[in-house]
Write a protein that binds this ligand. Structure first.
Ligand code: MN
Length: 356
């Protein structure tokens, strides 16, 4: 095993669980969408900027996203990251026409899979898929897991304004459940129907729109009874659970009241008593982009110490000071090790990958 310069001296390894990449080929596919008829406004806002901006941060992001070798490893060493759990960046395949989406998923899995095989002590992959074609997506997830040992599925939130509770996407949920791997629901810019009042004031991206959109996606899976239908499903969401832990009290109260009053046709009683029961039993969150001790402790206390994992959000947000701030959290050594290392080892089944 490679000698690591990283978290070991603190008594834990640092496993960063929401780290991004993209095949270089996606650049042309995205440019085609941007230049095509009536492109998605969120996509224009996000990738219209990152593909074409000449500012230094954008260039760093573009160059880092497409690297799965020496450059990424050097960035990990410099920031003290032992292992990255890597996924195809948003919106991944989900902005593309189905045939192109299927091809990009396969390409992404081959590139990421080979990199994971080349650096088994540093990289772990999440499987990409094209949920637009549910049956094909299930096959591709299975291929990525069996051929490359991928340990999760990445879904970059809404699929052209549709969500995983739509039965057309059930094959993806079935595949994850059958393979016993979690689904990471990563943010995307809000859909065409949702984005308008955010876009005109610049709140559509990571600053706020991502969290609103993805938090709602995660919540829909509970309230629509989708988790009841796939009770073994484990979902991961980043950015401190896209604010859901902070909402738990009101979610529980208003869900109970809404069901009792029969206010919404689509809001039915659930198998578990409360929304928060699902959050505590079917969801794990990461602190990507939120190096904030108070929020991390709140989530640990209210979701459970085993339900909160470390993430950096490389290359979008990766200052070394954030790692130092998290190392310095006032937290027992045992809890800090769960946060940085052992929760991720359990959730992604990293035994035998040299992580421990
Ligand atoms: Mn991210």
């Amino acid at each position: 095993m490679t000698e690591l310069k990283t978290g070991g001296q603190h008594g834990y390894l640092r496993i960063a669980t929401e780290e991004a990449f993209m095949p270089e080929e996606a650049i042309d596919l995205y440019a085609e969408v941007l230049d095509g008829p009536d492109p998605d406004p969120g996509f224009v806002s996000l990738w219209g900027f990152y593909l074409r901006s000449t500012d230094e941060r954008s260039r760093f992001i573009r160059e880092s996203l497409i690297d799965l070798g020496a450059r990424r490893l050097a960035d990990m060493d410099a920031r003290g990251i032992d292992r990255q759990i890597i996924a195809l960046t948003a919106p991944g395949t989900q902005i593309l026409r189905t045939d192109k989406a299927v091809a990009l998923a396969r390409l992404a899995n081959d590139q990421l899979g080979e990199a994971c095989l080349a650096h088994p002590d540093r990289f772990t992959g999440m499987a990409a898929c094209a949920p637009q074609d549910g049956a094909e997506a299930a096959k591709e997830i299975e291929r990525a897991v069996h051929k490359y040992g991928m340990r999760a599925v990445i879904i970059n939130s809404h699929i052209n304004g549709e969500y995983l509770d739509n039965p057309k996407f059930y094959p993806v949920l079935e595949a994850a459940e059958a393979l016993d791997i979690p689904i990471y629901i990563h943010p995307n810019t809000p859909s065409r129907d949702m984005i308008r009042p955010m876009l005109d004031v610049g709140l559509d991206g990571a600053i706020f729109g991502f969290g609103v959109e993805t938090g709602m996606h995660a919540l829909r899976l509970i309230t629509t009874g989708t988790i009841d239908r796939f009770p073994k499903l484990q979902i991961i969401i980043g950015h401190m659970g896209e604010a859901l832990p902070y909402w738990m009290y009101r979610l529980d109260y208003m869900h109970r009241a809404g069901v009792k009053a029969g206010r919404y046709e689509a809001m039915k009683p659930l198998k578990k008593e409360k929304i928060s029961d699902y959050l505590r039993e079917n969801y794990t969150i990461t602190n990507s982009g939120m190096a904030w001790e108070a929020a991390i402790k709140f989530a640990q206390e209210n979701l459970g110490i085993d339900r909160v994992m470390y993430a950096m959000d490389y290359p979008y947000q990766c200052p070394a000071e954030e790692v130092a701030a998290l190392d310095a959290m006032h937290m027992s050594a045992a809890d800090k090790k769960k946060f940085f290392q052992t929760n991720a080892e359990r959730v992604f089944k990293l035994d035998g990958q040299g992580a421990g």
